[in-house]
Every structure is written in structure tokens, then in C-alpha cells.
Design a protein around this ligand. Structure first.
Ligand SMILES: NC(=O)C1=CN([C@@H]2O[C@H](COP(=O)(O)OP(=O)(O)OC[C@H]3O[C@@H](n4cnc5c(N)ncnc54)[C@H](OP(=O)(O)O)[C@@H]3O)[C@@H](O)[C@H]2O)C=CC1
Ligand SMILES: C[C@H]1O[C@H](OP(=O)(O)OP(=O)(O)OC[C@H]2O[C@@H](n3cnc4c(=O)[nH]c(N)nc43)[C@H](O)[C@@H]2O)[C@@H](O)[C@@H](O)C1=O
Length: 325
């Protein structure tokens, strides 16, 4: 089953940054026009469907019978949220993955695309990170819980595919950013945290902004609308990889990235570091060879993506829709 032949497409986590970008892209591609042929994009808020509840998840799948599932629901957060709440990051994410993947099998879903993260790879694995590095060494302690849940989801998809022939496969996105991100000062990822902090410093005229850690870790960033495009592309492949990195192959230090954010926001003060805060993985950059071999490459540079994200941050702040949870 391919996306373009599906009648019912379930986007799990449609209110999140990734799920909402996938829904916007489906809409742009006029899948809505196929409504006359009975094509539907299915969504369910958490109050309608708690995906950690396997019985409710199975009944939802039995009732709505999706053909294709893009699974962008998860408990998500930055380095401090992951480090502080390992119980929830492991248990919620593993329950969601197992409930949904099993329900998909039990209701004959034609394609299931699971989303993991590049934090599944060993902390000190060879760079750039190839898919083959999975399970070759210890995980980064700050996100071990989340990574274990994501590895389980990826492996469960792979096992259903090999044991039952199900078209279940996974994408491992690198660090993401873009419209609809979470701007919580402590729990968010680095880019939304810094956009907010530099913006507030500009407004208050603060002489300096402090970033966490030493500023030396290297990270790769992908604009969420590029990710949405990659996910739809993967859903069209006849024989997709069991799991594939989705990234740009380009990384920068956190200090360099913070200077880019300052420039985007128009902040002219100093940038200071706080080494008492965790650095996490020293380097995390994907090898995008497997992805490129499927015929997909990112389009949006970090400088351009930051401009677009800052604009959406300003719009979200003005309309009081800023997510900060
Ligand atoms: N953001 C990033 O940098 C990266 C994200 N990813 C992966 O991409 C996917 C999407 O992440 P992102 O969009 O950033 O995350 P968000 O936090 O923005 O969105 C997550 C979505 O999952 C929903 N959700 C959480 N728990 C439940 C539950 N128990 N039942 C039903 N729905 C639930 C949330 O619902 P509600 O709106 O009600 O809270 C929300 O809509 C995740 O799998 C994540 O692991 C991978 C790499 C990097
Ligand atoms: C996507 C990925 O995201 C998480 O891993 P992470 O890559 O470490 O994510 P992060 O965005 O929170 O931090 C990146 C770097 O940036 C530095 N940093 C500076 N200043 C701020 C700051 O103000 N906030 C944050 N969060 N980080 C900051 C921070 O110290 C670190 O060195 C995983 O837990 C897991 O969720 C996962 O898969």
C-alpha cells in the first residue's frame, strides 16, 4: 500500500510539530481533493485517543480502519526533560509504539511509518552515523530511556515485516525545528529554547544570553517541513529501508548555532556558556547516503529555516498560540 493509493491516512500526533507539518503537506498536495473518492486524513486528539492505552488504540483502529499510518505521536523533549523524566520517556513511548504497531497488525494496516530519532545510536559511534551503528555500543545517558523505547518501536516494525510481511518501517530524524515547536524554557530542544531566550533578551535589552553546556557539542538540524516531505516520500517506496536516517549530513557546534539564532533574532549582546548544564552527546550527525539513495534530499538550509521559524514564533506569540508545555 502506498500513500497515494490509500483511502484512510491516520496521522498520529497531528497537533505536534511533526504531525501538524505532515497534515499541512497532505492538505497542500490536495489529498483533500480526493475526498470525493472517499480519501480521508484521520486525526485524534489525546483526549479522544490515549495511544498508551492498547485497548482504546485497538478499538480506534478497528473503528476507523486506516490504510496508512504515519506515527508522529510521542512524549518528546530536550536534554533536560529526557534526563529528568526517564520513567515517562521510556514507559509512555514504549506503550504508544507497541499499542499502535500491534493494532496496525491486527487490523491489516497496509503501511505503518514509525518515527524514531538519531538518539537511538550509541553515544560514541562513528561519525557521520550510519544505520548499521545501531546496537553497537552504549547509549548517551541523558536520553537512554527515550532511545530504548524508540529502538523497541523500530525493531517491532522490522520483526512484523520479516515475520508477517507487513509493510512496517521507520524513519530516524535528526534534531528538528520549525513552526509549532515547543518553546518551554526548560523542557524544549535547543533551537526553540534559544529563539525564545534571544528574543526575550532583545526585548529586555539584556547585555548577554547564557546557553547551556560548553557550546562545543555538534548537532545537525532539519527543518520540519523537509521532514514531512521525506516522510511522504518514504510512504511511496515499494521497498523502503527498515529504518533510515533523515537528516542533512551538515552539523555545527552549539555555539555556532546560538550565534546564528542571535543574528536571526537581531540580538547584538554577548553569548555566554554555562558548563554546569549537560552537554549530552558530543557529536551527532547522520550519514544521509541511504536516504539519498531513495531519491530524497533536504531543501531548506539552517539559515533559511531559522528565519521561517522565527517568523512563525512571532506569529504564534502574537496570536497567543505559543506552545510551552
Ligand atoms: N522534535 C525533534 O527534534 C525530534 C522529534 N522526533 C520524533 O518525531 C515525532 C514527533 O515529534 P514532535 O512533533 O517534535 O513532538 P510534539 O511534542 O510536538 O508532538 C507529539 C504529539 O504526540 C502526541 N501525544 C503524546 N502523548 C500521547 C498519547 N499518550 N496519546 C496520544 N497522543 C500523544 C501529542 O499530543 P498533545 O498535542 O495532546 O500533547 C503531540 O500531538 C516523535 O516520534 C519524536 O520522537 C525525532 C527526532 C527529533
Ligand atoms: C532530538 C534529541 O534531543 C535530545 O537530545 P539533544 O540533541 O541533546 O537535544 P537538545 O536540543 O535538548 O540539546 C542539544 C544541545 O544544545 C545544548 N543547549 C544549549 N542551550 C540549550 C537550551 O537552552 N536548551 C536545550 N534544550 N539545549 C541547549 C544542550 O546542552 C545540548 O548540548 C534528546 O534528549 C532526544 O530528545 C532527541 O532525540
Amino acid at each position: 500500500m502506498k500513500l497515494t493509493t490509500a483511502k484512510r491516512i491516520f496521522v498520529a500526533g497531528h497537533r505536534g510539530m511533526v504531525g501538524s507539518a505532515v497534515c499541512r503537506l497532505l492538505d497542500q498536495r490536495k489529498l483533500e481533493q480526493r475526498k470525493s473518492d472517499g480519501v480521508e486524513v484521520l486525526t485524534a486528539s489525546r483526549s479522544e485517543l490515549d495511544l498508551t492505552d492498547s485497548a482504546s488504540t485497538l478499538s480506534y483502529f478497528q473503528k476507523h480502519r486506516p490504510d496508512v499510518v504515519i506515527f508522529a505521536a510521542a512524549k518528546v523533549g530536550g536534554i533536560v526533560a529526557n534526563k529528568t523524566y526517564p520513567v515517562e520517556f521510556l514507559s509512555d513511548n514504549i506503550l504508544m509504539a507497541i499499542s499502535a504497531i500491534r493494532a496496525a497488525h491486527q487490523t491489516d494496516v497496509g503501511r505503518f511509518l514509525f518515527l524514531g530519532s538519531t538518539c537511538i545510536y550509541p553515544r560514541d559511534c562513528q561519525q557521520p552515523i550510519q544505520e548499521e551503528s545501531l546496537l553497537t555500543g552504549p547509549l548517551e545517558p541523558t536520553n537512554e530511556a527515550y532511545a530504548l523505547a524508540k529502538i523497541s518501536g523500530l525493531k517491532l516494525c522490522q520483526y512484523y515485516r520479516s515475520q508477517y510481511g507487513s509493510m512496517f518501517h521507520s524513519a530516524m530524524p535528526t534534531n528538528l525545528y520549525g513552526p509549532g515547536d515547543n518553546y518551554h524554557p526548560e523542557h524544549s530542544h535547543v533551537l526553540p529554547a534559544l529563539i525564545r531566550r534571544f528574543h526575550e533578551a532583545k526585548l529586555s535589552g539584556a547585555p548577554s544570553v547564557t546557553i547551556w553546556g560548553t557550546g562545543s557539542p555538534r548537532r545537525e538540524f532539519l527543518y520540519v517541513e523537509d521532514l514531512a516531505d521525506a516522510l511522504l516520500h518514504l510512504c511511496e517506496l515499494d521497498d523502503p529501508p527498515d529504518w533510515v536516517n533523515v537528516g542533512t549530513g551538515i552539523d555545527s557546534t552549539i555555539l555556532e548555532v546560538s550565534q546564528m539564532v542571535a543574528k536571526t533574532v537581531g540580538y547584538e549582546g554577548k553569548v555566554e556558556t554555562d558548563p554546569s548544564r549537560p552537554d549530552g552527546t558530543p557529536v551527532k550527525c547522520t550519514d544521509a547516503t541511504r536516504l539519498h539513495a531513495t531519491g530524497w534530499k533536504h531543501q531548506v538550509s539552517l539559515a533559511e529555516g531559522l528565519q521561517r521559524t522565527y517568523q512563525s514564533f512571532l506569529n504564534e506569540t502574537q496570536s497567543e498560540q505559543l506552545r510551552s508545555v
